[in-house]
Write a protein of this length. Structure first.
Length: 479
């Protein structure tokens, strides 16, 4: 009997789940219903698209296609009928399911300010969340000389850097006293603000917005200190909220997100949830790596490939992807738990490092600016390995030798178990096996392993490993 699986959402989580199901054997029909009219795309790369460094085809994801996959874009789902095991679409169609997966993602938060109606935003006021949002920002930026970004979190700073790259005078307005307060401490926030200033982005801190006035010519943002800022457009980056409308209406348990267990099941055993809409162990994901890990686990559960499959969150590493800025933050970097602390600050060079260590393990780190040890620090944190006795080697980026958990001078010094692609959990060993199986170019290795298809930050590392393997083979041939 054919199992009918319906996935609501064709974003990064839903599209990945469809691909994982397609790759596993079994008799099933998978229907993917995407509200957006586009093909699935990489949301992480939208800031790069905004900066004009890539085109829209470069953000498209490879989708599952062929036997057993029914992909429908531009099809909003309006209701879930749990007793009948059906979903209803906006055009009135009823689609039956044996198992339903909610991958509805999250929606951009529009702050409750005078002058902002979430249902009818002015043309020059745009949230930064979707591909359509990105298109609207680019259209509004065309001919504009200046831009405001409300929100100094990760996405807000990426949007600001992209707009500055387009030549707009850009100002970030943030309500707290330093940038990225969830990931950074005040000292790191100050260094980051200085780096942004050198890249053409001005920062206004500790000043809430009180109102917005916009028309076809521009935008005025009123501030709590009595000032008003004017610009050609205003980008809203005030956080996101899990899209739980369908789940709530269907009577599923929802707190901040749709509550799921270790097998990604809701309180209805015929319904699961993954990605930004899901709440597991009182936590939301918000990043691509956990969403893709959930897709792998759920595919194993639904197909019976691994009856013991359980989702176990991995340590999260936050990377700021913007030209001219290299930032990695991980774990308890701001000092919530006791531990040994080491810091180094060089504002003139835009460099800041903070390591937090307990029981010889990294429990948190912030690395901003040029630090050659960033790969080693991430590996140590990710794998929970002991830190070197010479802490300064990690803090200042000096050569670490072959004892480190990540490559020093050559991929030959990198353990096979070291994770190269954090987004897809691809190890060096997996890349080597892929190369030895016949994938002899970077593109072929990426296509086979998915390394580099998330944030793209590991692409150079993948290329380095492929080059190293090719050179090693060349040496063997000439002997």
């Amino acid at each position: 009997m054919t199992t009918r699986i319906v996935i609501i959402g064709n974003g990064m989580a839903g599209a990945r789940l469809a691909g994982e199901l397609h790759a596993r054997e079994g008799d099933r029909k998978v229907t993917v219903l995407g509200a957006e009219p586009h093909r699935a795309y990489n949301r992480i790369m939208l800031s790069t698209l905004l900066a004009g460094r890539i085109g829209e085809p470069d953000v498209e994801l490879t989708e599952a296609a062929g036997h057993g996959i029914d992909l429908r874009t531009g099809v909003p789902v309006t209701a879930v009928d749990r007793p009948a095991r059906e979903v209803r679409t906006a055009d009135g169609e009823r689609i039956p399911y044996d198992h339903l997966v909610l991958a509805t993602g999250a929606r951009a938060v529009v702050p409750p300010l005078p002058g902002l109606d979430p249902a009818d935003l002015p043309r020059r006021v745009v949230p930064f969340r979707t591909l359509d949002d990105c298109r609207r920002i680019i259209a509004a930026a065309d001919g504009a000389r200046s831009a405001l970004v409300l929100g100094g979190g990760l996405l807000g700073l990426e949007a600001a850097r992209g707009l500055a790259t387009r030549g707009l005078t850009t100002t970030v307005v943030h309500h707290t006293e330093h940038l990225m307060e969830r990931q950074l401490d005040p000292a790191a926030g100050a260094v980051l603000a200085g780096t942004l200033a050198g890249l053409g982005v001005t920062v206004q801190l500790a000043v809430p917005a009180t109102g917005v006035v916009a028309d076809d010519t521009g935008v005025r943002l009123d501030l709590a200190d009595g000032r008003s800022l004017r610009a050609g457009l205003l980008v809203l980056s005030c956080g996101v909220r899990p899209d739980t409308v369908l789940a709530r209406a269907a009577g599923l348990t929802v707190r901040r997100g749709v509550v799921v267990d270790d097998r990604l099941r809701t309180d209805d055993r015929n319904i699961s949830a993954i990605g930004d809409c899901a709440e597991h162990d009182d936590a939301l994901t918000g990043l691509v790596a956990p969403a893709w890990a959930q897709a792998r686990v759920l595919a194993d559960v639904l197909t019976g490939t691994d009856p013991l499959a359980r989702y176990r969150p991995r340590p999260v590493v936050t990377r700021l992807k913007a030209a001219g800025i290299d930032l990695a933050a991980m774990g308890d970097a701001v000092g919530g738990e006791p531990g040994e602390e080491l810091t180094f600050t060089d504002p003139a060079r835009g460099t800041y490092a903070r390591l937090r260590i307990r029981d010889e393990r990294l429990i948190g780190a912030i690395l901003l600016g040029d630090n050659p040890a960033v790969g080693t620090v991430i590996q140590l944190f990710d794998r929970g390995h002991p830190v070197p006795a010479d802490r300064r080697a990690l803090l200042l980026g000096r050569a670490l030798g072959a004892t480190a958990a990540a490559p020093a001078a050559s991929p030959a010094l990198m353990p096979d178990a070291a994770t190269v692609c954090q987004c897809n959990a691809v190890t060096k060993g997996a890349l080597v096996r892929c190369w030895r199986s016949g994938a002899r170019t970077v593109d072929a290795v990426v296509a086979a392993t998915r390394a580099g298809t998330g944030c793209g930050g590991c692409r150079d590392a993948v290329g380095g490993i492929v080059d190293w393997l090719s050179e090693a083979e060349s040496v063997e041939v000439t002997r």
